[in-house]
Design a protein around this ligand. Structure first.
Ligand code: IPD
Ligand code: CA
Ligand code: CA
Ligand code: CA
Length: 255
């Protein structure tokens, strides 16, 4: 395998290529299927994006495991060694209904530790990327957001969790300046990175949070389960990403 700086340049280029291809494919007819039901869609673009990304990563890093949402990667049962996580289209419902507010995400973990993460906000032409060497939006490095309290800021909460008032989330929303809901984990993580949101809570699978977790932790944000525990990288979690202050406040209110 090439060194991580070379790989990083190539994955950044791949993300821009995927953005371009996605914009082209959106203009052509594509089919939409239901997965578990009418609120869980998959398109032929989710699948073809995943296939393109996987074949490129196989070329760059042939011995790594690849975990992709649409199942074109490996059956990953353990997080040891190098593991790439891929969400080829995050916010598929938004993609279908709005043609906006969706992302493409890739990340690399080594022995369970995040190395680099990438979130492409396709319609806003913004690539959030980096790791312990810094976090960037396109070529611009960004600073850690202010360590705000919950009461002083907006909070992202997924629709289903807020509607059902799981984990006392309606009270948590009340204590903030207001809840927001964007329908793409990638876009919501990005808004926490820039400080537009003080935090984000959602029930997520590993490819939904893997890239965001690396970028958030590199900016001193806390990424935990809603109980304040560590996330499992191989199963679903109720994920909380937030400033250090808001994270403590939310965990206390939720439990
Ligand atoms: C979904 C989105 C959504 C979140 C769901 C995810 P997908 O990802 O990120 O915001 O609430 O839990 O599954 O399926 O569109 O990639
Ligand atoms: Ca999906
Ligand atoms: Ca997703
Ligand atoms: Ca997806």
């Amino acid at each position: 395998m090439e060194n991580i700086a070379q790989i990083d340049q190539k994955i950044q280029a791949l993300m821009w290529q995927m953005r371009k291809e996605t914009l082209v494919k959106m203009q052509q007819p594509f089919s939409i299927d239901e997965k578990s039901g009418r609120k869980d869609l998959v398109t032929t673009i989710d699948k073809s994006n995943e296939q393109t990304i996987i074949s490129k990563i196989r070329e760059l890093d042939p011995t790594a495991q690849i975990l992709g949402e649409e199942g074109f990667g490996d059956q990953v049962n353990q997080i040891n060694g190098r593991v790439w996580l891929i969400d080829p289209l995050d916010g598929t419902m938004n993609f279908v209904m709005q043609q906006n507010n969706f992302a493409i995400m890739i990340s690399l973990y080594e022995d369970g530790i995040g190395v680099v993460g990438y979130i492409m906000d396709v319609m806003n032409q913004k690539l959030y990327h980096g790791g312990t060497n810094g976090v960037f939006i396109n070529d611009q490095q960004i600073e850690a957001p202010a360590n705000l309290h919950l009461k002083d800021a907006l909070i992202g909460i997924s629709g289903p969790l807020l509607i059902d008032n799981n984990h006392n989330l309606q009270q948590i929303a009340r204590q903030s300046r207001g809840p927001r809901m964007y329908g793409s984990a990638g876009i919501e993580f990005a808004k926490v990175l820039t400080g537009e949101l003080v935090g984000y809570v959602s029930y997520l699978r590993p490819w939904d949070f893997a890239a965001g977790k690396i970028l958030a932790q590199a900016l001193n944000l806390q990424v935990k389960t809603i109980d304040g525990g560590p996330l499992s990288m191989l199963s679903s979690n109720v994920v909380l990403v937030a400033t250090e202050r808001a994270s403590k406040e939310i965990v206390t209110l939720a439990n």
